[in-house]
Design a protein around this ligand. Structure first.
Ligand SMILES: [Zn+2]
Ligand SMILES: [Zn+2]
Length: 251
């Protein structure tokens, strides 16, 4: 069974069978999203992001507009949200890393999800978002580097040398909310901050070498906990803008 046959067997359709990753069954009021493996972590998948509207070459992505409409049906018209797993391949990408995503495969397995919007990104999740402390949340997550090595995610955030280099460059102020422990608590708060690893695990290749200045950012534990409430984690810059907009509204 191919993807089209699978979707049609569910009574759903789309505008174009080549580029669509979201589908709708108007009669049953169900919206179906394919969830890329690279955007799925645990029970949560990133299914749409505002920064997917325009492709790398500046062209509007036709699938974005359709997906945005499908999201609206869930948000405003009470449509149910379901997802099925899709396997990503970058076989269509050129040397420079651009080009369309290729669907390597999919699993004809539907799961009902709830929709969460966080800082310009929509996530399909099973029930509640996590509420663990960042220190806890990352330890069980692991990924395979190359064929053999298994590395815990927080290795990067806990590496003392990398942490020191990051802080030496960026300082101890939170990159999202500007919280400064020493300024707020006095000397007991001096030199306290978390460090967050910003490179999505899906983008870490076999040859990954950590750049402590670009790949790590100082983040206060509150912001850090919020960033890791979704999987994949929320983008630091987007959370910063989200706070800016909220603060702007309040005054
Ligand atoms: Zn903060
Ligand atoms: Zn983190």
């Amino acid at each position: 069974m191919n993807r089209k046959q699978f979707i049609e067997s569910l009574g759903a359709t789309c505008r174009n069978w080549t580029w669509s990753w979201s589908f709708v069954n108007e009669k049953k009021k169900v919206v179906i999203f394919g969830a890329w493996d690279r955007n799925t972590d645990g029970n949560t998948s990133l299914i749409l992001s505002e920064d997917w509207e325009v492709g790398r070459k500046g062209r509007k992505q036709p699938a974005y507009e359709q997906a945005r409409e499908h999201i609206r049906l869930v948000e405003e018209e009470g449509y149910k949200l379901m997802t099925f797993p899709m396997k990503y391949s970058d076989a269509n990408k050129g040397e420079d890393g651009t080009g369309p995503a290729k669907i390597e495969g999919f699993e004809p397995k539907l799961t009902e999800k709830s929709l969460k919007k966080v800082a310009g990104k929509w996530y399909a999740s099973d029930g509640l978002l996590g509420s663990l402390l960042p220190e806890e949340v990352e330890s069980p997550e692991q990924f395979i580097e190359g064929a053999s090595k298994v590395i815990a995610v927080n290795t990067y955030e806990r590496n003392a040398e990398a942490r020191a280099k990051c802080i030496k460059h960026h300082g101890y102020e939170c990159a999202v909310c500007k919280f400064d422990f020493a300024a707020f608590y006095g000397s007991i708060g001096e030199k306290y901050i978390h460090v967050h690893h910003v490179v999505p695990l899906s983008e870490i290749g076999r040859e990954y070498i950590l750049n402590p200045i670009k790949d790590l950012v100082p983040i206060c534990p509150n912001c850090h906990a919020i960033i890791h409430r979704t999987r994949p984690a929320i983008d630091v810059e987007q959370l910063r803008r989200h706070l800016e907009e909220r603060n702007g509204k309040d005054t």
